[in-house]
Design a protein around this ligand. Sequence first.
Ligand code: FE2
Ligand code: FE2
Length: 311
Amino acid sequence: MQDETGLLETFDDKVAKEIKIEPRDWMPENYRKNLIRQISQHAHSEIVGMLPEGNWITRAPSLRRKATLIAKVQDEAGHGLYLYSAAETMGITREEMVDQLLTGKAKYSSIFNYPTLTWADIGAIGWLVDGAAIMNQVPLCRTSYGPYARAMIRVCKEESFHQRQGFEILLTLCRGSNEQKDMAQDALNRWWWPSLMMFGPNDDNSPHTAQSMKWKIKRFTNDELRQKFVDICTEQAKILGLTIPDPELKWNDEKKHYDFGEINWDEFWKVVNGDGPCNSERLAARVKAHEDGKWVREAASAYAEKRNRNN
Ligand SMILES: [Fe+2]
Ligand SMILES: [Fe+2]
């Protein structure tokens, strides 16, 4: 049996050599804690993220749009389930995680606390929100924890479908009537800044970043990812013929990147701390869904118990 120092050396060595850490491997307690927090927050975001879009399934403008949106929302449920399973391999139960979400103890991505007011919002979410998710998640396919990294591979393939369907919704609106184009612009105006907030606080305000980079839980910093996102979306907005709502957005030839304006950090912290436009509505919807599903959980466990008795 190795002592703690030996175990830590083996762990660090594996991380350095890009060998995945697996559920039964020894790992530092903080690595475990950090990852449980990260993976469960990610799972909660997938589940809560179904709500703003689910809101438009009954009102999608055509059968094709409806079928695509249903498929997308179902994908998000699947992402939530893989991620809960990945977190469970670290020793937390599904019940504990669900409880943390429903009691408001756990966080999920703040972007889902904004309302979806028009059909164009579904386009903007796919383009920007799933687009930002891809930016965050592609590097996680190489994260040091095996089950998380493997779950991310499939998740990212599905996210890129989500991003394209969103972009295509906006492209169709932008090629339509003036009224449709205005609707697309209005959605971009409302979703742009919250999407930039999805990358989290600035690097000098992000307490977990340094350690998470060292453990290869995170592969790029918040600001690096945000910059990449701005660079890509600015070009894509040109194809749509839409204007990004940032007067300071400007190509910087020296840096070979776009400069952009400052995020409203007061709004960011307000929404993170539970005071966004839809925080209480989202939580209430999850609590209700959980209560409505109680009989299913009871019936399933009664059935499992009966089967175990008969075996
Ligand atoms: Fe997802
Ligand atoms: Fe998605």
